[in-house]
Design a protein. Structure first.
Length: 154
């Protein structure tokens, strides 16, 4: 993008809005277990902040801020958090093998607090994974050379 195509208003508003969008996404993820929202919705909102950055600046700048290696790291981390909480629940259910029964994981001494904390960790894992996958889909589609549906004729 050259200097003539830049829009200072769009860039400035984006710089101001992106942190608030990301903060709202974290709110949706954390409060998803007790109300509307959750990991999936929060992850999509968080990924939308990357999409806004690419729209306001450019694709190369967005790829520099969120490279493919970071994307792979976050998608794997989210899956490990989700699966790890499930495996911890299996280990601490004392032979009952109840996957994702968070109450038995000894975060605190109270069963209900353990259940709430386990649910929050699972929602965070889902949110991280969804954010990374939605951003990956967007970057993959944005980098396509040819429009969808058109093929080279030989």
């Amino acid at each position: 993008m050259n200097e003539k195509e830049r829009d200072v208003i769009v860039e400035t508003v984006s710089r101001v809005m992106i942190p608030f969008i990301q903060l709202y996404a974290l709110y949706v993820i954390i409060h998803g277990s007790g109300g509307p929202g959750g990991g999936f919705q929060g992850g999509v909102v968080f990924a939308s902040s990357f999409i806004l950055y690419v729209i306001a600046f450019n694709l190369a700048g967005g790829r520099k801020r969120f490279p493919e290696s970071a994307n792979t790291l976050f998608s794997s981390l989210g899956l490990y958090i989700y699966g790890g909480i499930g495996l911890l629940a299996i280990l601490f259910t004392r032979g009952m093998a109840q996957y994702l029964n968070y109450g038995f994981i000894p975060f605190t001494s109270h069963f209900e607090e353990n259940r709430a904390l386990g649910m929050d960790f699972v929602e965070m894992g889902i949110g991280i994974t969804v954010m990374a996958i939605i951003a990956s889909i967007f970057f993959d589609l944005a980098q396509r050379e040819e429009p969808v549906g058109e093929k080279e004729e030989k």
